[in-house]
Design a protein around this ligand. Structure first.
Ligand code: CIR
Length: 256
């Protein structure tokens, strides 16, 4: 069960963040409204929302998921792969410690973005990407290993479609993954059902299971209908302004 979520609303210079989306500039008012809806949905899932204030130094700071990997009572503060994002971790250690988490950190030359890390029960998938390098991935694997979790690596460095591993993959719970077609999953996940998102619905593969609900981006009706039919209590959220900045649903929160 998750009981809390950490979020950070988009700041005034949100549009100055990194993006390859070519979908136009985001509208800050709309982004703020979508973020408020996202926080409401988190509360509906039963979690208390802790909002940290935006910081103008970090236009991508709203994508908090990239700054930590949290699991049980342990947190690993990342070293984000984009140089402009590396200082976003400032102030995170005392915050996570205030939630009684034991805090570890990825150190140079390792880089790692939380968006590349997908927890599937006791096993972690670690995406090697343009943001997460081999050193960062092995540091995380060894921290996780010391805490009794196994892990395997998925190399998406050649993928043009994916910024992060979770841009095209999620664990929906109930031994079921949602994934873009063609993503090769490790042998450890044999026996798990994989729901493939159609090429025009890959964005919605980045859904988030929180307690009894599944958050999914609005506007992807086929994937949502399939999940509904399987019995998931889906909540669809408009994500248009975050999508323009290459951000998905999962990256807007850290769940603990
Ligand atoms: C970036 O390029 O870092 C941000 N504009 C988007 C980060 C999205 N994070 C995520 O999917 N985990």
């Amino acid at each position: 069960m998750f009981t809390r979520a950490i979020v950070r609303p988009p700041g005034a210079n949100f549009a100055a963040g990194i993006t390859n989306a070519a979908e136009g500039a985001p509208d800050l008012d709309k982004a703020l409204a979508q973020h408020l809806d996202y926080c409401d949905a988190l509360r509906r899932c039963g979690v208390a929302v802790h909002a940290t204030p935006p910081d103008d130094r970090f236009p991508d700071g709203t994508f908090v998921e990239d700054t930590a990997v949290i699991c049980g009572n342990m947190a690993v503060i990342t070293r984000p792969g984009a140089p402009t994002r590396q200082a976003e971790i400032e102030g995170l250690a005392p915050l996570l410690e205030s939630f009684a988490l034991s805090v570890h950190a990825i150190t140079a030359p390792g880089t790692l973005d939380g968006g590349d890390i997908c927890q599937v029960e006791e096993h972690f998938l670690i995406g090697l990407s343009r943001r997460t390098n081999v050193d960062g991935g092995s540091q995380l694997a060894s921290i996780l290993g010391r805490h009794g979790y196994s892990s395997s690596v998925i190399d998406i460095r050649d993928s043009r479609a994916l910024l992060h591993l979770k841009s095209g993959l999620a664990y929906a719970g109930d031994r079921r993954l949602v994934a873009m077609a063609g993503l090769s999953l490790p042998a450890q996940l044999r026996g798990y059902e994989v729901l493939e998102a159609a090429p025009d619905e890959i964005y919605a593969a980045n859904c988030v299971r929180i307690n009894d609900h599944l958050l999914i981006a609005a506007g992807y009706p086929r994937l949502r209908a399939r999940l509904d039919r399987l019995g998931y209590a889906t909540i669809a959220l408009e994500m248009s302004e975050f999508r323009k900045m290459d951000g998905g649903l999962s990256c807007l929160s850290l769940r603990l």
